[in-house]
Each structure stands twice: as C-alpha cells, then as structure tokens.
Design a binder for this molecule. Structure first.
Ligand SMILES: [Zn+2]
Length: 172
C-alpha cells in the first residue's frame, strides 16, 4: 500500500483527481496532460576498510530500519554527482575525508519513507579515507561496527541491496 500508485491520488500540477497510473512507471493527468515519471533515485554506499581489512558498517539512528547495519552513504541531491554525494555523506556521517574512490557495482532497492515507496539505485564505491583520527559518529548514524566475513551477522544488515554490495565486495 506504500507504492506510488496507491499513495498518489491527485495531479501535483493542477490538483485533478483524474491522475491515472499508466502501468509500470508513470502517471498521466486526464485533465491537464501532466506526465509524471517514477524513476530510481540515485543513492551512494561506501565500502571503507580499516588497517586490519575490516569493513565499516554504520548503525542507523532513525527509521526506516533504526538499529540495523548499513553502509555509510545516502541519496544523491538534485544537481549533484555521485562522487560528490559520497564525499559529502562520509563527511556528514563520520567526519572523515575520502581520498580515493573506485566504483564497484550497483543494485536496485525499495526504501519506504513517510509511508511511500522510494525506488533507489544504490551505487557502491570502494573508498579510502585520509585517516581515522577525526572520526565522529554523527548525523543519521548512532554507532559504527568493523566486521569481516567471519563475524558479520547478515540478519542485521538493513537491505538486500546492501547485502549484495557487501557480497560483491568480499567476492562471496
Ligand atoms: Zn493535472
């Protein structure tokens, strides 16, 4: 019931109730002709390892999935590059500076926020940070954990796309 076709009832341009869902991914207003597309929102996820080769996972401070494990990252802002979103999110969440990034893989995901399904395309990058001494836990995370293949509790990972990204990183 959180899908766009169940939530969006009125044309956002003219307010008409004849805002009709046209199959997979668009709405069209029968009154004013406004054509509205549902696209995957770009989001970035960072794979950062410490000196021991352990992977940094964040603990989500807020819903959805409060308390679960995630990769640092977030949505790409309007008019922002994926690379800039990555630098910005790592600074906002961890107060760390990224010095090298390499694109790894992407997976689609569905993220329910405010009772509405947001479709995302999660872009995963391997990142190296300049140093750990300034790390601060802030913004929308409450803690970090460093994990490896042997001790990660997969049930605590917040989304299938994030599990797939971690598996791709570890070549599982
Ligand atoms: Zn309209």
């Amino acid at each position: 019931m959180t899908k766009p076709q169940n939530v969006l009832k009125y044309c956002p341009k003219c307010g008409s109730s004849k805002f009709e869902f046209e199959g997979e991914r668009s709405f069209k207003c029968a009154d004013c002709g406004f054509h509205f597309f549902i696209n995957g929102a770009a989001a970035v996820a960072a794979l950062i390892e410490n000196e021991k080769g352990e992977l940094l996972l964040s603990v989500r401070a807020f819903d959805p999935n409060k308390g679960m494990l995630d990769l640092p990252g977030g949505f790409v802002d309007p008019n922002e590059s994926a690379e800039h979103a990555l630098y910005r999110e790592i600074k906002e969440e961890l107060n760390l500076d990224v010095e090298k990034i390499d694109f790894l893989v992407s997976f689609p995901n569905e993220y329910i926020f405010s009772g509405y399904t947001v479709y995302t395309c999660d872009l995963a990058f391997r990142c190296r940070v300049k140093g750990w001494e300034n790390m601060k836990i802030q913004d929308d995370i409450s803690d970090v954990k460093f994990v490896n293949k042997d001790n990660l509790d997969w049930n605590l990972v917040c989304a299938d796309s994030i599990k797939k990204i971690i598996k791709a990183h570890w070549q599982l």
